[in-house]
Write a protein that binds this ligand. Structure first.
Ligand code: PLP
Length: 493
């Protein structure tokens, strides 16, 4: 079994007494006698709580520095190592904080420079602090009355981001993830194509959506959930870079129209999940326009490239889209999740998501009651962290960040090209690099890198081949970190 990464002292029967976690001197202070739990299931947030929190945060940062890849345990081993069960009586506060420390120590390290596994990575101090404060304030974003300045902050963010897409008078709403943003876009596109569907339901005539064969799987879910049906989502052929081919799109639309179905939306991807490819947005906008279809851009990954003069051309034509999905929690380093859906025209979100609720939407100017524009009722505050980070870095800071990420991937690509044992899958367009190791199975390489605690990286299938996908989302990663990564690969292979 891989080594445990936290020092746990004294192990009485589960739940019986406090165990201590971590090496800090403050741990002793945390072990004082305390009542089992507050009688009314509410604990005051005090200086002591703050102290314990920062102590755990410091402990985690230290563990992450010392051990950038956590030991990977099987779920049953992990379950056996943790006191997971819930019971009739509460535990002493010290014990609960000790448990939090144990959980943190066993948590995969997504912020370390050895993490290349997902399209988000790294840690930025300002949005992280803002996120912690968000929990402390615990606003819900549905009404101006309870959100106060946070409603104005979200409004300003949406205005700024919409203007970066190129929408002169756009609007937006932060959704709980890019998948939900895509779902909301599909709902709007469906409703706009079928006025009356919100009241009468679907009349059964097939409606067809188009995205590239490399598009994110959330579109399948959206098609399944909106009554469109997965079979009516066409996966359009891509070129060798993984970009949708506009002529193939045109042909598919004409074929569907000729058989009596109703094409209703084209979805371009700006930064595909595996290859990081950018569909030719301007050309696809022309096809959508030709057939009068809603044009959505899934810029979950690549939306932030709009902030860089150098990278923005990859999104040329975005201003012609009707809606745009942009996930700052991916490449802009804000904690998960933060996923605005932006629309070109104002009033659309209210038109498709507003429902009367006199117990909620009451006297304040509805303009800032963002619950009337959302698929949700209670909604967490994902605005403050992004706003604070943007204040800190500005557009220019984010431009430098995404450019750095692309440079890192180009460096990695050069390593692959110069190594006869490595095979490049496709020339990288952005922050993902796919490759294979000659004579080795990609999934085995990934597994060994993890089990030997060298790096975390994932694999995917591209044109029928299992490849390693290196995702660079952390600008703190250095060329030396990438060299180390490839040295590990060589050692294993
Ligand atoms: C292109 C693309 N769209 C949508 C999503 C979904 O975003 P989320 O994970 O926030 O639901 C992803 C996630 O990786 C993605 O890569």
């Amino acid at each position: 079994m891989p080594q445990r990464c936290v020092q746990v002292t004294a192990a009485p029967p589960a739940g019986a007494a406090a165990r201590t976690v971590g090496p800090s001197a403050g741990a002793a202070r945390m072990n004082g006698a305390r009542p089992a739990a507050a009688a009314n299931a509410s604990e005051a947030f005090t200086d002591e709580t703050l102290g314990r929190m920062s102590e755990l945060a410091r402990m985690f940062l230290e563990i992450e520095r010392r051990e950038p890849v956590a030991a990977h345990l099987l779920p049953e081993d992990l379950a056996a190592s943790l006191d997971l069960g819930l019971g009739e009586h509460g535990l002493p506060l010290d014990r609960v904080f000790a448990l939090l420390g144990e959980v943190m120590a066993m948590t995969p390290r997504t912020c370390s420079p050895a993490f290349f596994n997902q399209l988000y990575a790294g840690r930025d101090a300002v949005p992280t602090a803002a996120e912690m404060l968000t929990a402390l304030m615990n606003t819900s974003m549905y009404t101006y009355r309870v959100a106060g300045p946070h409603a104005l902050i979200e409004h300003e963010l949406m205005r700024h981001m919409a203007s970066k897409v190129g929408y002169a008078e756009g609007e937006g709403i932060i959704c709980p993830g890019g998948s939900i943003a895509n779902l909301c876009a599909m709902i709007i596109a469906r409703n706009e194509a079928r006025p009356g569907i919100q009241d009468e339901g679907h009349d059964g005539r097939p409606m067809v959506a188009y995205a590239s064969e490399e598009a994110h799987y959330s579109l399948n879910k959206a098609a399944a959930m909106t009554g469109i049906g997965r079979r009516n989502l066409r996966g359009i052929e891509t070129d060798s870079h993984g970009r949708m081919i506009p002529d193939a799109l045109r042909r598919a639309i004409i074929a569907d129209r000729d058989r009596g179905a109703q094409p209703f939306t084209v979805i371009a991807t700006a930064g595909t999940t595996v290859l990081g490819a950018f569909d030719p947005i301007d050309d696809l906008a022309s096809v959508a326009e030709e057939f009068g279809l809603w044009f959505h851009v899934d810029g979950a990954l690549g939306g932030s490239f709009l902030l860089s003069e150098r990278l923005r051309p990859l999104l040329h034509g975005s201003e012609r889209s009707d809606s745009f999905n942009w996930n700052p929690h991916k490449l802009m380093g804000v904690p998960l999740s933060c996923s605005p859906l932006l629309t070109r025209r104002q009033g659309l979100l209210k038109k498709h998501f507003r429902e009367p609720a006199d117990y909620l939407f009451q006297s304040d100017p509805e303009r800032f009651d963002h619950g009337t524009m959302s698929i949700q009722c209670g909604r967490r505050n994902d605005a403050l962290k992004l706003w604070a980070a943007w204040k800190r870095h500005g557009d220019a800071g984010y431009a430098a960040r995404v450019e750095r990420l692309c440079d890192l991937v180009q460096y990695a690509a050069q390593r692959v090209r110069s190594d006869p044992q490595l095979i490049l899958t496709a020339e990288p367009e952005s922050v993902c690099l796919c490759f294979e190791v000659a004579g080795a199975r990609s999934e085995e390489i990934c597994e060994r890198l993890l089990l030997e605690q060298r790096a975390m990286v994932g694999h995917a299938v591209v044109r029928g081949r299992k490849v390693i996908r290196l995702a660079c989302a952390n600008p703190e990663v250095t060329e030396a970190d990438l060299d180390r990564f490839f040295d590990h690969i060589r050692a294993i292979a």
